[in-house]
Design a protein around this ligand. Structure first.
Ligand code: T4K
Length: 398
């Protein structure tokens, strides 16, 4: 794995007067990012790029993309992996291939792409509330949002923690709905011991630069359904079946060879990346254990997790200080984020389209006001979690 240059904290922080927000110099001279890309073996990647250039086959279902698809399908234990140019186009293609229409139930507590992928195709995203303990869809809330126009449900494995897969499948079966998953955060994770990637009709991954596993930009749809996989392959390449033979409506959703080369390289380092993420997560958990008013979102220790997102919640008695903590961290060059604040239903166009949806989404609102996502990944300096915990602790005190 690529050794990253790791900034050391520039100062010792003992009291509020040591904080940058009160005029002291920042703790880090280089910004610490939530989504700093993890990069595998540089030489192996460059060698693959050399092969691509030599072969003069740059895109359109090339040999590196095919190898990448086979490796990912094998890694996830699923029959088909259809690689795409990014996770958003992959969502759109999956939605079309499943024939979703009318209304589709989604969480509002997710990245905006989940809803945009529906809206972009003239489908109404209907937002269901989440369980505040898991941040994932609440099955009872999903049931309440079903109407005669509902055709499907998109569950999201938020932060990589599995959605309530069995409950959602039961609801889908009872009501004749299609169920698919946005698994953008969940590469390498398991649910009841089985890898995310083969649940529902299909699952959609993002391999964006900021994800635990990246292909620069990229994504994939995984499924055990042969016919669906075939349709999605057609759709990602304008509907072409061979030269001069278009048999299906389609778009350009292809992954390019260089992205697949990055994917193969990063797949070789994935276990190391996860080990670093886990170390970071445990360092944060240890450092924050003594900070009252904060809780760290846990990953189920009985399941495999990529530990990519370190998510903390500012507890209710401290409500209102979340933004203060984020401001204090950012002043120190620690670029903590408020993902996915304020919830998609409060973003445009959804805020104007559904002005009353907030009445049905109290948990989404509550969680969106408490969450902070902290920098992680292989570029995180070793001492950062302890420094960040001290800053949070001081930012919380009067
Ligand atoms: N569904 C879900 C649940 C998703 O989370 C996402 C994507 C999708 C669907 C759609 O998949 P894609 O179409 O993106 O494949 C980022 C990503 O752009 C987005 O992929 C991701 N979710 C989302 C959670 O995070 P931003 O707005 O935070 O990106 P940005 O540019 O602020 O970058 C985050 C941090 O990473 C910054 O501090 C800078 C740093 N960074 C970023 C890039 C791109 C780097 O250090 N190097 C880089 O190359 O959205």
């Amino acid at each position: 794995m690529e050794a990253s240059s790791k900034a050391m904290p520039l100062k010792t922080i003992r009291s509020k007067s040591d904080l940058a927000i009160y005029g002291a110099p920042p703790a880090f001279d280089e910004p610490l990012h939530v989504g700093r890309p993890n990069i595998g073996n540089r030489d192996a990647f460059i060698e693959r790029v050399g092969q691509i250039l030599d072969s003069q086959w740059l895109t359109n279902d090339g040999p590196i993309v095919r190898e990448f698809e086979q490796r990912v399908a094998g890694f996830l234990g699923v029959k088909h992996c259809v690689a795409m140019c990014n996770g958003t186009i992959a969502l759109e293609i999956a939605i079309r291939a499943l024939g979703l229409a009318g209304e589709v139930i989604v969480p509002s507590w997710t990245f905006v792409a989940t809803a945009h992928a529906l809206y972009w195709q003239g489908i109404t995203p209907v937002f269901a509330d989440i369980d505040p303990a898991t941040h994932n869809l609440d099955p009872n809330a999903v049931r309440r949002m079903i109407t005669p126009r509902t055709t499907g449900i998109i569950g999201v494995h938020v932060w990589g923690r599995p959605a309530p897969i069995d409950e959602l499948q039961n609801i889908a079966d009872e009501h004749g709905l299609k169920l698919m998953f946005d698994a953008a955060h969940a590469f390498g994770n398991t649910y009841t011991g089985r890898a995310i990637g083969s649940f529902g009709e299909c699952e959609v991954f993002s391999f964006h630069a900021t994800k635990s596993f990246n292909t620069f930009e990229g994504g994939a749809i995984t499924t055990n359904n042969d016919e669906l996989a075939e349709t999605m392959r057609l759709m990602r390449n304008f509907g072409f079946k061979g030269y001069d033979n278009v048999i299906h409506p389609g778009t350009n959703g292809k992954m390019i060879e260089v992205c697949a080369a990055m994917g193969l390289t990063n797949l070789d380092s994935f276990e190391e990346i996860v080990a670093v993420n886990r170390r970071n997560f445990e360092a944060y958990r240890g450092a924050l254990a003594e900070v009252p008013g904060i809780c760290v979102l846990e990953y189920d220790p009985s399941q495999r997790s990529n530990y990519h997102y370190v998510v903390i919640e500012v507890l209710n008695d401290n409500r209102g200080s979340r933004d203060g903590i984020v401001a204090a961290l950012q002043a120190e060059n620690i670029l903590a984020r408020k993902y996915f604040w304020p919830g998609i239903h409060r973003m445009q166009p959804y805020r104007d389209l559904f002005p009353h949806s907030k009445l049905l989404l109290p948990n989404t609102r509550d969680v969106s006001e408490r969450v902070i996502v902290l920098p992680s990944g292989t570029a995180l300096p070793d001492r950062a979690p302890a420094t960040i915990a001290t800053i949070i602790s001081l930012a919380l005190t009067d």
